[in-house]
Design a protein around this ligand. Structure first.
Ligand code: NAI
Ligand code: PYR
Length: 308
């Protein structure tokens, strides 16, 4: 498995590369960035630790490297400011992103390669990538609400003093202001969250509020998310590499699940070596379904504006 990261010199791209190195599952990690010195420095720094991690090839170069990749991760792009929404970034990031897609098209991709978008606004840019690259929709995904979901799980675990890996909750919808926590399906160690000792509605509301604001909080305090988004990206790449067929809230083109159509948005998605294998639909609480429908509408309207 050969993975390239376009934007690999930046914070998100380099943290993803480090998480992939620590994971030791993928064989090659290629870092691509317009900032040559920075990306060469990142690759060198990673390479220096490779005798203590796994037998991987790690190197930097230009966009031509993506033609040999099984997964092409795109993290290149501008960061939002703390007071900006992810959708506000659209005006600043679309032109840059279209140039990257042109470059990828020019060098070409391997048959079956998965394009994995992380740059924001991720759902809109995933749709753009799917349209511009002309790849089958199952081969184009976005990180969607994978990061939001791990943030929610981790903060709920800390608040209830339980191991984070025992928390099973999900956020669906937009990676942005209209994200939808699915409390109806939340469990801890197989027990329903609402009956879990110490849990109550005000604790749930507090954790939800913290999760919604956590991206902006990290930007304000350290400039942008790195470690958590890095491990989130690696988790999705490992699921693809090992054909694990796990259910992940990645963003992908919808064709009817939860009433969502012609929009890239996060729903429970079975992910394997071929990319998106299946979208799973369950009955939600009516207010959750309504919020998911609304989230899809927000994204559809933005896509209409961007694509004219
Ligand atoms: N989907 C998600 O959950 C998350 C998405 N993000 C998004 O990821 C993106 C990157 O964030 P950071 O890494 O913090 O920014 P950064 O500024 O640290 O890195 C961006 C990198 O992209 C490179 N770049 C710019 N244009 C390029 C091009 N045409 N080709 C190749 N490389 C290019 C820059 O040289 C820079 O190294 C932002 O859009 C941010 O909003 C960040 C965190 C979470
Ligand atoms: C930047 C961003 O999207 C986040 O940290 O959630």
């Amino acid at each position: 498995m050969n993975v390239s990261i376009i934007g690999g010199g930046g914070l998100v791209g380099s943290c993803a590369a480090f998480a992939l190195q620590a994971g030791g599952i993928v064989r090659e990690i290629a870092l691509v960035d317009v900032n040559q010195d920075l990306v060469e420095g990142q690759a060198l720094d990673l390479l220096h630790g490779s005798s203590l991690t796994a037998d991987q090839k790690i190197y930097a170069g230009g966009t031509e490297l993506v033609k040999d990749s099984d997964v092409i991760v795109i993290t290149a792009g501008l960061r939002r400011k703390p007071e900006e929404s992810r959708l506000d970034l659209i005006n600043r990031n679309v032109a840059l992103f279209k140039n990257i897609l042109e470059d990828v098209k020019r060098v070409g991709t391997k048959p079956g390669a998965i394009v994995f978008v992380v740059s924001n606004p991720v759902d809109v840019l995933t749709y753009l990538a799917m349209k511009e690259l002309g790849l089958p929709p199952q081969q184009v995904i976005g990180l969607g609400t994978v990061l939001d979901t791990t943030r929610l799980r981790s903060m709920l675990a800390a608040r209830l003093d339980v191991p984070p890996t025992q928390v099973s909750t999900l956020i669906l919808g937009e990676h942005g202001d209209s994200m939808v926590p699915i409390w109806s399906a939340a469990q801890i160690g197989g027990l329903p969250l609402e009956k879990f000792p110490g849990c109550n509605p005000s604790l749930i509301a507090e954790v939800e509020k913290k999760t919604r604001g956590s991206g902006a909080e990290v930007i304000k305090k350290k400039g942008g998310a790195g470690f958590a988004v890095g491990v989130s990206i690696a988790d999705v790449v490992h699921c693809i590499a090992l054909d694990q067929r796990r259910i992940l809230p990645v963003s992908s083109l919808q064709n009817g699940a939860f009433g969502l159509r012609d929009v890239c948005i996060s729903v429970p998605t079975v992910m394997g070596r071929s990319g998106v294998m299946k979208h799973l639909e369950i009955e939600l609480w009516p207010k959750e379904q309504l919020a998911l429908t609304q989230s899809g509408k927000v994204l559809r309207e933005t896509v209409d504006k961007v694509l004219g």
